[in-house]
Design a binder for this molecule. Sequence first.
Ligand code: GDP
Length: 461
Amino acid sequence: MLHDTIAAIATPPGEGGIGIVRISGPAALEIAGRLFRPAVAQDWRSGPGYRLYYGYVVDPATGETVDEVLLALMRAPKSYTREDVVEINGHGGIVPLRRILQLVLDYGARLAEPGEFTRRAFLNGRLDLAQAEAILDVIRARTDNGLRIAVEQLRGALSERIGVLRNTVLGVLAEMEAGIDFPEEEDVPQTEADALIGRLQEVADECGRLLAGADAGRVYREGLGVAIVGKPNVGKSSLLNALLREARAIVTDVPGTTRDVIEETVNIRGIPVRLLDTAGLRETEDTVERIGVARTRSVVAEADLVLAVLDAATGITDEDREVLAVAAAKPMLVVINKIDLAPAGITPEAVRAFVKAPVLRMAVREGVGLDKLEETIAELVLGGHVAGRDPILVSNVRHKNALERARRHLDEARAALAGGWPLELAAIDVRNALDALGEITGTTVSDDLLDRIFGDFCIGK
Ligand code: GDP
């Protein structure tokens, strides 16, 4: 499979200044050579890598010029895939790029599968798996902080740390296996067992430190779903608008008019936040409104964080109690709105009588309390971990799960050693921990997992 030559359009569909057809594999130069006519006659195919050549793509069958292009040549192993790579930089239009791609396929390349270029980069050892995944995170980053975490991972910060941990575990395993191989030493001396336990403990602790920031990392990478709920007219749309800082939802005096779920992403302190505005939670005969109520419940179910809005002027009503009860299923933040109308309205203590949650007093329409709200959301979901301040933030759930498994196996190995169990048993746990860590960087990895990871990529990446 690695011996064929693959090609794809590497730039997004639509109009752009340039568009790129990427070719990778042993026949990349030969195929490009059939189609490319350099403007200045030269034997570009024997030229060095990292060069650009100016010329035209010409259909060899008809002699028709398809596009004016720059051809980039990157020779193996100094290329994205470590294979010979040719990138044809044409004009960024759908028709010219498709024509160029079709010619490349006609002359012997195969259409690349999603993520196949990066998969080859991984299989050829240019990147490990965590770095390959980081490429997609860089592409999909929605805030500067998300990008920062992804680029650190791409540079290999996480891989390096995992490598150090694996080495320690490998060292322990080697000593244990030496002990296993010489069964005449029946028992491991306690001092030696203690030393092994201590080293495994260090690794487990470091797994714990990495795991501590994983929820924050995930929020930066995947975003945070926030539902704004409350009875009609409390100021949900106003709050949404204030957070969006643009008028997207309809703000109105008529109760219950925000009927559609509107989803918008905003950047709150570097966190990509998806805001879900919903109809009120009011029980009503109105069918449309009831759809809204049902939807509110389902939006709460989907949300990572719920902002429950109360109206200081009305006090806490039965409807509010119902809202709070539904919202309490999720991490929640209670907003007492319209304190401009009723400065002495609902007190935080009155709210806390119903729910255990941070309570904020706001006048959304007047812009009072917004900063504090953003700060509280960030504190609540990041738990003190901040991109750029933590040297490494694990952001991928796959990595988090692997770290958790590694830590569990390490704990089991320590327990086995401490309990004087046969070394073979503890060694099994140590090996499992090693495998779990190896899954992060792809040292131990199945084809299924690779299919899943690279299947998420776009074609051409
Ligand atoms: P929703 O039905 O919960 O989405 O509420 P809206 O956002 O549509 O707001 C209902 C009404 O309350 C509108 O007239 C808003 O201008 C008003 N409102 C929103 N926030 C405040 C506030 O902080 N103070 C005052 N006095 N009015 C507000």
